[in-house]
Ligand binder design. Sequence first.
Ligand SMILES: NC(=O)c1ccc[n+]([C@@H]2O[C@H](COP(=O)([O-])OP(=O)(O)OC[C@H]3O[C@@H](n4cnc5c(N)ncnc54)[C@H](O)[C@@H]3O)[C@@H](O)[C@H]2O)c1
Length: 284
Amino acid sequence: MAIDSDVFGQGVAVITGAASGIGAGLARRAGALGMTVVVTDVNAEGAEATAAAIEAKGGKAHAEQVDVSIPEELDRLAELVFSRHGEVRLLINNAGIETVGNSWEIPTARWEATLNINLHGVVHGVRAFAPRMIASGQEAWIGNLSSVGAFGQMPGQSAYTVTKHAVQAFSECLYLEMELKGLPIHVSAIVPGMVRTAIFDPETGAGEPDNAAGHRSAMREMIRQYGMDTDRAAAIFLEQMAQKQFWVHSDPATAAQIIAGRIAFLKDQIPPIMPDIARAIAVD
Ligand SMILES: NC(=O)c1ccc[n+]([C@@H]2O[C@H](COP(=O)([O-])OP(=O)(O)OC[C@H]3O[C@@H](n4cnc5c(N)ncnc54)[C@H](O)[C@@H]3O)[C@@H](O)[C@H]2O)c1
């Protein structure tokens, strides 16, 4: 039986990168369940639009422009949320970008943006919010956006892949730290399969090498065709978080297949395994 409405039927949710895609879906779902949703994104207009959609359905939302690649912005957000709305029950560190290109051809600025948004944005989201969540003494939930890409390798997506491996490892350590201290903070690694979002849209790839365009558009077409709907994915994620699952999946079969490859790679110490589609979409 679904328990998300019991667990997330009230309290404050903070979601980063909630102007679009999975973040917007999570914000709408949290709003529909009855939470006060702090909808944050670097894209202020997009965050306002998500908040307006929640309010239009009778929910409670507050939009705030936040760039997760700047640690002080997350400190400012935590200060603002706790003083304006009180304790945070649900924090989802979701903001992320894809970066396509051969490792040696991605410009410095794009490498740094990818690490700063996808990895440091998650780390500093936790650093800014967890002390206040712990001090409140209340039960709370933290979800970090990992990916099926956290368990494999995709040539042409090294920058993205390293951040997702790192977010996965970070989330595992964080889970254990909470357990070791006996704290009532439930940590989840959210591991989406393909979800139909803007992540491979051409405009989100600004600053990538020119030869990345073909790989990016092939990936975009693939998620357009096979990706899960964002609202469906969001509902699945919040239900599994409500169940206090560390592993939160929208596509457990694909995750299991990639993890099986990873296990073989580590156990037998074989060379990295080429994904099936890699040659067809290789960056020039
Ligand atoms: N879509 C998928 O198939 C898929 C699969 C696995 C993991 N994910 C992860 O899900 C998360 C959400 O991605 P999505 O697919 O919804 O993409 P998306 O592009 O639709 O949404 C990402 C959002 O993050 C925001 N963002 C970008 N830089 C930011 C910054 N510096 N500060 C704050 N917000 C910023 C964007 O403005 C956008 O609203 C990412 O972490 C992504 O890696 C997505």
